[in-house]
Design a protein around this ligand. Structure first.
Ligand SMILES: Cc1ncc(COP(=O)(O)O)c(C=O)c1O
Length: 418
């Protein structure tokens, strides 16, 4: 009997109680995996772990002006329940994006607590129970939970890797899934632009084929652009879906990544598309948003001031992610006969490293943690099916990135000798 269930049974949990709960919350009843258990044990033993996959921007020694977190405004006393969020905050976003040459109308912006919540609203808007959405693989595991909690199925489409040219979306596989419809009505195509953890932007040619397919099959397009403004190279080919008019389009973004402020809880959905569809979607989304009224007044009042400081934050982060990416390549690939490869990455906060299979991936992750004290997310976490991959954070301080990456390399050197 798995250990968590055994504990629950000893506390009087029985089948009747189990039936009380919804199927969609079932993922929350699963036992922790072995890696998480080792992590917890080492942490309780007081071991300081090297968080090589750290993606929490509040834990990576960024220089932030602390007054940005204070949110003091005399307007915070007033509660104005607007379904889409305060007009002043939405107007600030419209002008901010226009300086980035991205276009969204103020009436088509919906503020919510986070991008994750934005997804749940969109699933409510677009899907009935049992409907499906297309998601990228490798991809961030959160999407499956978000969909499952709304009784929505996910169908994965693959991103293929070639070291010479990087990641490519397997669009033929998407076309095949749509043609077959795999027993579920597919309602939306989700792209992560750039994808997490592959760091690949949607290419121009891919974009046009994805739009063709969405148009042909009547799909909504959801583009998650939380990492869009973190390109590793100025020249990288990237284009935002914000303002796209061919199909009903929802661009998700928020302060969590854009300003490294996940704790402030503000995200948004930018809607665009053919006029009739936008009108209908806006009415329905307004009802959903009005039911929750999630965005807090203090953070909405603070938004114009926060956006004014965005470029400071971005330049700090861009320097860091570019420096760390180069560092990882130098340490892991910069010598003859290196068995490691840092996969081509165009942007975002994560680089993927492929390492030799001296151990299978799960055992390598466990040994890395127990022996070297390095906590790194293995490829299976992101649905990699082959090889040994680890996610390296691009946002950790440079001295840690260097030291931990050298320890990682040494760990594999030792494995090779055993
Ligand atoms: C691609 C992507 N989208 C959305 C999120 C969640 O963002 P939020 O904190 O706004 O919910 C994450 C979290 O890491 C992410 O990687």
């Amino acid at each position: 009997m798995p250990c968590r269930i055994a504990i629950l049974v000893s506390l009087g949990y029985n089948n009747r109680m189990r039936d009380m709960f919804s199927k969609r919350s079932e993922a929350g009843s699963h036992d922790q995996n072995a890696l998480a258990r080792i992590h917890e044990r080492l942490a309780t033993e007081g071991r300081t772990l090297k968080e090589l996959s750290q993606s929490n921007p509040t834990r990576v020694n960024l220089v932030h002006d602390t007054s940005l977190f204070e949110l003091s405004s005399r307007w915070n006393e007033l509660y104005t329940p607007e379904p889409r969020g305060l007009l002043s905050a939405r107007s600030a976003l419209v002008s901010h994006f226009s300086t980035l040459r991205r276009c969204v109308e103020v009436e088509n912006l919906f503020l919510c607590a986070s991008t994750s919540e934005g997804y749940s609203w969109l699933f409510k808007l677009l899907c009935d129970p049992g409907d499906a959405v297309l998601i990228p693989k490798p991809g961030y595991p959160l999407f499956e939970h978000l969909a499952a909690l709304e009784n929505v199925k996910t169908i994965a489409y693959t991103l293929e890797y070639a070291h010479a040219s990087g990641w490519h979306i397997d669009i033929d596989a998407i076309a095949a899934a749509l043609a077959g419809q795999e027993g579920a009505r597919i309602k939306a195509l989700i792209v992560i632009n750039p994808n997490n953890p592959t760091g690949s932007y949607v290419r121009r040619a891919e974009r046009s084929r994805l739009l063709d397919l969405s148009e042909r099959y009547g799909l909504a397009l959801i583009s998650d652009e939380v990492f869009f403004d973190f390109p590793l190279d100025r020249a990288v080919e990237r284009s935002s879906f914000m303002g796209e008019r061919r199909v009903l389009t929802f661009v998700l973004d928020g302060l969590s990544k854009r300003l490294g402020m996940p704790q402030m809880k503000l995200g948004w959905i930018a809607l665009s598309g053919p006029e009739g569809g936008v009108f209908a979607a806006r009415r329905r989304l307004e009802l959903i948003a009005d039911t929750f009224l999630s965005a807090g007044t203090p953070i909405m009042n603070a938004l114009p001031g926060l956006l004014a400081r965005e470029s400071e934050f971005l330049s700090q982060m861009l320097l860091r992610i570019r420096t760390n990416y180069d560092l990882y390549r130098e340490i892991l690939e910069g010598y003859e006969g290196s068995p490691h490869r840092v996969l081509v990455c165009q942007g975002g906060w994560t680089a993927l490293v492929e390492s030799p299979a001296y151990l299978d991936e799960e055992r390598a992750a466990q040994a890395l943690l127990e022996v070297a004290g390095i906590s790194a997310q293995p490829g299976y976490f992101f649905d990699f099916e082959r090889g040994v991959h680890f996610a390296f954070s691009l946002i950790i301080p440079e001295d840690k990135a260097r030291a931990w990456c050298v320890e990682y390399r040494n760990f594999f050197d030792t494995l090779q000798m055993e």
